[in-house]
Design a protein around this ligand. Structure first.
Ligand SMILES: [Zn+2]
Length: 307
C-alpha cells in the first residue's frame, strides 16, 4: 500500500482518494473510472485535480448509492469530462431526483426547511447507465457490480482488480466507535450483505468511511459491524419496557447508547434507523407494532410493544 498525500495506491491500477467519503479510482492506461464522488462540487474539484495529477482521464463515474456524500461531485465531474454516470437502478431515482430523499424522512409530507440541506440533497444528476448485478466493462476496465442492500435499498459495491469498493455496507471500526449506531434502511438485509463480503475473493475491501481493510482483517471487521447491528437490536428490545410511540422509543434507545442529538437531519436519520430495526424485530416476532394507546397516553397512536 503506497500512500501519497491525497492518494492511497492499493495496486498498480487501483487506489483511493481519502476524502470525507473515500473515492475509488480504477485505471487502465490513461483512463480511469471513479467510484463515488463525495459530497459536493468541492469534492468533485478535488477528484478532478487528483486524476489530472495522476495523468488520468475520467471516463466514467460509478455511484454505489444515492446518499448525497456519494454522488455530490457528479455534476462538476460530468461538466469537466465526458464521463458517463453508472448507478444501481434502484438508487438512480434519487440521484436524478434528490428532493425524494428528505421527503422519505418527512413521511411524504411537505419537507421541513431544516431537512433541505446538502447532507440530504446533492445536485440532481442524470444516470446514463443503470447497473444491477454482474460484470461490465468501461474503456478496457473490467468491473463487477455486487449488490449489497441494507444501508440503502439498492446499494451496490464495485469489484475490480481484487478490490471491492463496498460503499456503506461496511464501516471502519473507528467509525463505528465514534458514531455508535449505524444508519440502516434494513438491518436484516445489512447483515446478509455483510456476510456476503466474506465470500468475495479480494485483497482489499474499501469502505466509504474508514481505511481499506486487508483480506486477513475482513472477517474481524465484518464481525464488528454485525455486532453493532445486533447490539442496537438489543438496545431497542431493552428500551421497550411497555407500549410506546416511536418518538419515545427513539429517545430511550438513543439515551441508552449515550447519543444526544441536537440536529434535525441526524435526528430524522436515527428515527428512521430505529424504525428499520423495529420492522425487522417485528418481522421476527420479537416485538409488536399496532395502533393503540401508549402507556403514557390515552390517545391512539402507532405503538411498539413487547410480545
Ligand atoms: Zn450512505
Amino acid at each position: 500500500m503506497v500512500i501519497h498525500l491525497e492518494y492511497v495506491s492499493l495496486s498498480d491500477c487501483v487506489g483511493v482518494i481519502p476524502l470525507r467519503t473515500n473515492i475509488g479510482i480504477v485505471c487502465h492506461n490513461d483512463s480511469c473510472v471513479i467510484i463515488d464522488t463525495g459530497l459536493d462540487e468541492k469534492a468533485g474539484k478535488h477528484i478532478f485535480k487528483t486524476a489530472q495529477e495522476l495523468g488520468l482521464k475520467i471516463k466514467a463515474i460509478v455511484n454505489t448509492h444515492s446518499h448525497s456524500d456519494h454522488y455530490g461531485g457528479n455534476v462538476f465531474l460530468k461538466g469537466k469530462t465526458d464521463a458517463l454516470v453508472y448507478a444501481p437502478s434502484r438508487e438512480a431515482l434519487v440521484i436524478e431526483n434528490p428532493w425524494l430523499e428528505p421527503l422519505w424522512f418527512s413521511c411524504g409530507a411537505s419537507v421541513f426547511e431544516g431537512l433541505r440541506n446538502k447532507f440530504l440533497m446533492a445536485e440532481a444528476c442524470k444516470v446514463d447507465v443503470p447497473i444491477t448485478k454482474g460484470r461490465f466493462e468501461i474503456e478496457g476496465i473490467s468491473l463487477e457490480a455486487v449488490p449489497l442492500p441494507g444501508h440503502s435499498i439498492g446499494m451496490t459495491g464495485v469489484l475490480s482488480n481484487r478490490t471491492l469498493f463496498c460503499g456503506d455496507a461496511l464501516f471502519g471500526e473507528e467509525i463505528i466507535e465514534k458514531h455508535k449506531v449505524l444508519y440502516l434502511h434494513d438491518p436484516d438485509e445489512a447483515r446478509k450483505s455483510l456476510n456476503k463480503l466474506l465470500e468475495v475473493d479480494c485483497e482489499f475491501i474499501v469502505p466509504s468511511h474508514g481505511t481499506a481493510v486487508k483480506a486477513q482483517d475482513i472477517q474481524r471487521c465484518v464481525e464488528v459491524n454485525v455486532n453493532a447491528i445486533d447490539s442496537f437490536d438489543s438496545v431497542i428490545i431493552k428500551s421497550l419496557t411497555g407500549s410506546m410511540g416511536v418518538e419515545e422509543l427513539t429517545s430511550r434507545a438513543l439515551t441508552a447508547v449515550g447519543l444526544t442529538l441536537d440536529d434535525l437531519t441526524k435526528m430524522m436519520l436515527m428515527r428512521s434507523t430505529v424504525l428499520a430495526h423495529v420492522t425487522c424485530l417485528a418481522r421476527r416476532g420479537l416485538i409488536k407494532v399496532s395502533v393503540g394507546q401508549a402507556e403514557s397516553s390515552l390517545v391512539n397512536r402507532i405503538v411498539c410493544s413487547p410480545v
